[in-house]
Design a binder for this molecule. Structure first.
Ligand code: PHB
Length: 395
């Protein structure tokens, strides 16, 4: 530009460039690639979850010809190892070094809270495609923090009534001793007590340990009407197998949040049959939207079957697309970007959902049952459930 000495010459150059299909300077800046930081587990017990979320997100982008709001995407990827202690540093790297425009992550509630802290400090847009930590859309809620998955409480609150309505009035809850397990336990306990049930024992082990035998022996000795569990990924497959091996299958009915049986049916085989869970998705959901999504996912990923994690990643892409379209790719129009995301109605494979004021999905929770290789949807356990978002005030 320094060689362009008068206004007329400048306009001629701009005109020529625009006619040639290249935008003038302000638009050029907008159309640099959108920098997306994927911070997810790619190793450890949640590795498959991180991969499914990545696949889902990229499918949503690919369906938009690789562009959101007119901008191509550049991905920056970090394996967070589901390690909360490393979360602030890993997030910092994406924000400071890679200068991402948006953070997408993560699976583990403890890691999410580290990301939330940095997102609040830096103002970076954060979209959580799994981890359900209540605080992220509770006391730590913020205009730039969104979730496309669930709060931990949401996934088990509806389950209590399901059990009580069947006359199963006592239960033992088995889970990992960290935010996700503890909050799912609390959600179940609340719903169960309201419906007349009583949680008689909490059995916890450190994440990501899988030595379930002593806990199963203790659960059996209590003789509850039901056992309820939260485990996920590799840990869930092992728990289902151990439950059957301990002779409990068929003796004490097993329930859980749907993570217990999502993405693990190949690994768990017969041990998973008949297990019933509540979740905001079911791979057996037979709607045109879900069927189309599942076909597209299989086509893109060598016949791999999508699970709830893939859906949540996909929906993170849809939510970001809604925001980016509204500002035509100009992320500096942050208020408008956020406002568009807040009012988006996401046409999800799980069924359409909208966001609560705290930026967490308001959505149906299904009752599912494992039949063969499918989480078959048996009905809706709770319609349009919103997290209570205690402690959230948007500033
Ligand atoms: C969590 O840590 O919030 C979490 C992890 C895995 C799941 C669900 C929740 O499947």
């Amino acid at each position: 530009m320094s060689q362009i000495t008068n206004r007329r010459a400048f306009l001629q150059v701009v005109g020529a460039v625009t006619l040639g299909g290249i935008a003038p300077a302000p638009l050029l800046a907008q159309q640099s690639k959108l920098r997306v930081g994927l911070m997810l587990p790619y190793t450890g017990t949640y590795a498959a979850l991180g991969t499914a979320i990545t696949n889902g997100f990229k499918l949503a982008v690919d369906e938009r010809k690789g562009r959101l709001g007119g901008r191509e995407i550049e991905y920056f990827t970090v394996d967070d190892e589901s390690e909360p202690a490393k979360a602030p540093e890993n997030t910092h790297r994406l924000v400071q070094r890679d200068k991402v425009d948006v953070l997408v992550g993560t699976v583990h509630s403890g890691v999410l809270l580290g990301m939330v802290k940095i997102a609040r400090e830096s103002g970076t847009l954060l979209i959580c495609p799994n981890a359900g930590a209540g605080d992220a859309t509770g006391p730590m809620c913020a205009p730039n923090i969104f979730r496309t998955s669930f709060s931990n409480w949401q996934t088990t609150y509806p389950l209590g009534k399901v059990l009580a309505d069947r006359g199963l009035k006592t239960a033992v809850f088995i889970t990992w001793n960290y935010a996700a397990g503890k909050e799912m336990l609390a959600g179940f306990q609340e719903g169960f007590a309201k419906a007349g049930g009583k949680l008689v024992k909490e059995l916890l082990l450190p994440f990501p340990q899988v030595e379930f035998q002593p806990l199963l022996t203790e659960a059996a000795s209590i003789k509850p009407a039901a056992v309820v569990a939260f485990f996920a990924g590799g840990g869930a497959a092992k728990f289902l197998t151990d439950y059957a091996a301990a002779g409990l299958k068929g003796k004490i009915p097993l329930f859980g949040s749907g993570f217990l049986t999502d993405g693990v049916l190949d690994a768990a085989g017969a041990a998973a049959q008949d297990v019933e869970t509540t979740l905001h998705y079911g791979d057996g959901l037979s709607t045109p939207r879900n069927n189309a999504f599942r076909a597209a996912y299989r086509k893109s990923y060598k016949n791999l079957e999508p699970d709830v994690y893939a859906v949540q990643g996909y929906d993170a892409g849809l939510l970001l697309a809604a925001g980016m379209d509204a500002v035509k790719g100009d992320v500096s129009r942050k208020k408008e970007l956020i406002a568009a995301m807040e009012r988006a109605r996401i046409d999800s494979p799980r069924g359409a959902w909208t966001l609560s004021k705290a930026h967490n999905p308001i959505q149906d929770f299904y009752l599912r049952k494992v039949v063969g290789k499918e989480n078959r949807v048996m009905g809706v356990a709770h319609k349009a459930l919103a997290d209570p978002a205690i402690g959230c005030s948007m500033k």
